[in-house]
Design a protein around this ligand. Structure first.
Ligand SMILES: [Zn+2]
Length: 169
């Protein structure tokens, strides 16, 4: 069966962008012996007839484009805004590479291999930090206890006092 044997109402296989697959279609309109429009029997979408799957490169390109066109979710937008507000006036050059063994402080800019730049928005004792990235807030683990306000420990102070006492005596 060639394309010219088809008429409106004929069944034909066409690529459907919605189903992202070759699906059964019904011919809706013919122009000059060629299928002008087809309706997908799976999703009911009406579109141009596509005899074959778009090539991989085109597909990858279009899926990236459609994702960009679809836009980021509201949650992501909010996260990006929060991230940008936190980073305002800072260029990220002071960023610290993220490592589980590093100690982080609040408001410190970290550089994560997967999530990119992030700002430490909260310290969660004893070994977690909340970081705001462009894509959202993530909780990261630190192996070492997170640093609180740097303050000499009581034991250390006692030791110093004792040392001073001994020096005086
Ligand atoms: Zn479809």
């Amino acid at each position: 069966m060639t394309e010219s044997d088809l008429t409106a109402g004929s069944e034909v296989d066409s690529y459907c962008l919605k189903c992202k697959d070759m699906t059964n279609h019904m011919v809706i309109a013919m122009t000059d012996g060629k299928i002008a429009k087809a309706q997908c029997n799976v999703c009911g979408g009406r579109h141009k007839y596509r005899a074959a799957k778009p090539s991989k490169s085109t597909k990858a390109k279009s899926s990236t484009a459609s994702r960009a066109a679809a836009g980021v979710t509201l949650k992501e937008k909010k996260a990006t805004a929060a991230f940008e507000a936190l980073l305002k006036g800072r260029d990220g050059s002071e960023s610290k590479p993220y490592a589980m063994t590093a100690i982080f402080n609040k408001n410190e800019i970290i550089n994560h291999p997967t999530f990119g730049l992030g700002v430490v928005t909260s310290i969660i004792p004893a070994n977690k930090i909340e970081v705001t990235f462009k894509d959202g807030v993530k909780i990261l683990i630190c192996v070492l206890p997170v640093s609180e306000i740097p303050e000499p420990s009581k034991a250390k102070k006692k030791k110093i006092r004792k040392a001073v006492k001994e020096a005086v005596a």
